[in-house]
Design a protein around this ligand. Structure first.
Ligand SMILES: NC(=O)c1ccc[n+]([C@@H]2O[C@H](COP(=O)([O-])OP(=O)(O)OC[C@H]3O[C@@H](n4cnc5c(N)ncnc54)[C@H](O)[C@@H]3O)[C@@H](O)[C@H]2O)c1
Length: 268
């Protein structure tokens, strides 16, 4: 995938963010900055990457970060840039989901606000801070053919719910539609400057977010049989492969797009 640079991943302690850390390390990234609100789990992911025993081991640092804390985001992105010298890929994977029975009419303001704060505003805070670093750095060169690839590549996390709505997901669906809008406008701002900004739009994927408890698992199994043409959920690694593609040199002419990795869900 032509991945030789330094990656900052938010939400790296679990699910798709953790799978992306492993995939980027396997594909040859030189540095990994793993950020998450969950300190204990982030250390476990760090150990998992170190245990891969790769011939070319990336440098890894972990950061405890709440993406809704604007000042902390600015401070930690600056620390990452200082520690690694540059930030080539930002993977904005931190996210939360909240289902509210009864839908929009029964969604409380705190529930709405928290989901928007983490998924949309948090993605904006990290994108803004990382873009400022990326815009100042020289472009990364391809390790395959030496061409100039990009000054930086940002992958935001939208969802199939960035394109369609399903019941009882008011704030989540609104936040993920917002992430696609943020991706499109920011990509236009910097396309000519060599900074690429895309979104990944996963379908139902086997992570703690979807498999957290038995009730959710049963509902999910039924949904998948009915709505997903491939009749299965995605694995975190399958989403991570899409993220690695969007980060790396193989997508050097791709910006402002949403890549749907969803077993066929959104073509219906
Ligand atoms: N699993 C799915 O089916 C699915 C589908 C579409 C989109 N997504 C999106 O993919 C991304 C990753 O989700 P996942 O399924 O791996 O979930 P997950 O729950 O396994 O991981 C999410 C991670 O984000 C972290 N996080 C939550 N709030 C945070 C905050 N304020 N600051 C920093 N970190 C925070 C959590 O600690 C956790 O480690 C999310 O943006 C999610 O919305 C997931």
């Amino acid at each position: 995938m032509d991945i030789s640079g330094v990656a900052l991943i938010t939400g790296a302690a679990s699910g798709i963010g953790a799978a992306t850390a492993i995939a980027l390390a396997r594909d040859g990234c030189s540095g990994l900055a793993l950020a998450d609100i969950n300190e204990e789990s982030i250390s476990k992911v760090m150990s998992q990457v170190q245990a891969l025993g790769l011939p070319k081991q990336p440098r890894i640092h972990s950061y405890v970060l709440d993406v809704t804390d604007e000042k902390a985001v600015d401070r930690i992105v600056a620390e990452v840039a200082q520690a690694f010298g540059r930030i080539d890929y930002l993977v904005n994977a931190a996210g939360i989901a909240k289902k509210v029975p009864g839908g929009a009419a029964f969604t409380s303001t705190p529930d709405w606000q928290r989901v928007i704060d983490v998924n949309l505003t948090g993605s904006f805070f990290v994108l803004r801070a990382a873009a400022q670093v990326m815009l100042k750095q020289s472009p990364l060169l391809s390790t395959i053919d030496g061409r100039e690839l990009q000054r930086g590549s940002i992958v935001n996390f939208a969802s199939i719910l960035g394109a369609v709505g399903v019941p009882m997901t008011t704030a989540y669906t609104a936040s993920k539609h917002g992430v696609l809008g943020l991706t499109k406008t920011a990509s236009e701002d910097y396309a000519a400057k060599g900074l690429r900004i895309n979104a990944i739009c996963p379908g139902y994927t086997e992570t703690p977010m979807t498999m957290g408890n038995e009730l959710v698992r049963d509902v999910m199994a039924e949904k998948v049989q009915k709505d997903v043409p491939m009749r299965r959920m995605g694995k975190p690694q399958e989403i991570a492969d899409g993220v690695v593609y969007l980060c790396g040199g193989r997508s050097s002419f791709v910006t402002g797009t949403g890549l749907f990795v969803d077993g066929g869900y959104t073509q219906r």
